[in-house]
Design a protein around this ligand. Structure first.
Ligand SMILES: CC(C)(COP(=O)(O)OP(=O)(O)OC[C@H]1O[C@@H](n2cnc3c(N)ncnc32)[C@H](O)[C@@H]1OP(=O)(O)O)[C@@H](O)C(=O)NCCC(=O)NCCS
Length: 171
């Protein structure tokens, strides 16, 4: 059982929209940053391509690659890989952010996706990466610590009104 973690292609339109239905209860940004109502799938792929290359991105964003996790042709989650940190990500967000749709959780999928995302980070030339999570997000910090995450500190995050943990993983 291995999640296939990869970028979307034109062949993934159906899987993308099916996968999006799983995110009705959670914030849609856990599934996609690029998608907007009324957009065609190919327009969204174009945005993802530009975001990866750092073209036309907002001043507070950095180049990132969105990788989707597939199991049996269905999208079960995603990982956003930031190619570098800015001040905001250095405080909260870090290099990678992952999510798994509720009905697919606690099956090891986030662990599997994180393993592959770390390889992707290496392929970008990163030597160590920062990962942050809410202090109370046990599944998330378990994933981080499984891959050797060293706790840098716990800090208060005003944006989400909660304590967060900041970790570094040496690749
Ligand atoms: C965090 C998240 C990605 C974990 O996904 P997942 O696929 O359920 O994670 P896994 O199945 O790989 O489990 C990871 C670890 O957490 C444990 N775990 C899973 N669900 C748990 C729960 N509800 N309570 C405690 N531990 C739990 C697993 O046993 C595993 O631990 P182990 O390595 O010791 O066996 C998922 O809960 C999620 O998408 N949450 C919302 C988005 C989010 O918070 N993302 C993280 C941002 S940093």
């Amino acid at each position: 059982m291995t999640v296939e973690l990869r970028q979307l292609t034109m062949l993934d339109e159906k899987a993308f929209f099916e996968g999006m239905k799983e995110w009705k209860v959670d914030e849609l940004s856990w599934y996609t940053f690029a998608w907007r109502d009324g957009m065609s799938f190919s327009q969204m792929l174009e945005i993802l391509k530009k975001e990866k290359a750092g073209i036309d991105i907002a001043p507070d964003r950095v180049p990132h690659t969105m990788l989707y996790g597939f199991m049996d042709g269905k999208i079960i989650g995603r990982v956003s890989v930031r190619h570098e940190l800015n001040e905001r990500l250095r405080h909260r967000g870090g290099h990678i952010g992952y999510s798994v749709a509720e009905k697919f959780r606690n099956k090891g999928y986030a662990t599997d996706m994180a393993r592959q995302a770390l390889d992707y980070c290496k392929s970008l030339g990163l030597q160590s990466i920062m990962v942050t999570c809410s202090d109370s997000n046990t599944p998330s910090w378990k994933v981080i610590e499984r891959f050797g995450g060293k706790l840098e500190d716990r800090v208060w995050n005003d944006e989400d009104n909660e304590m967060i943990r900041r970790y570094w993983i040496t690749l």
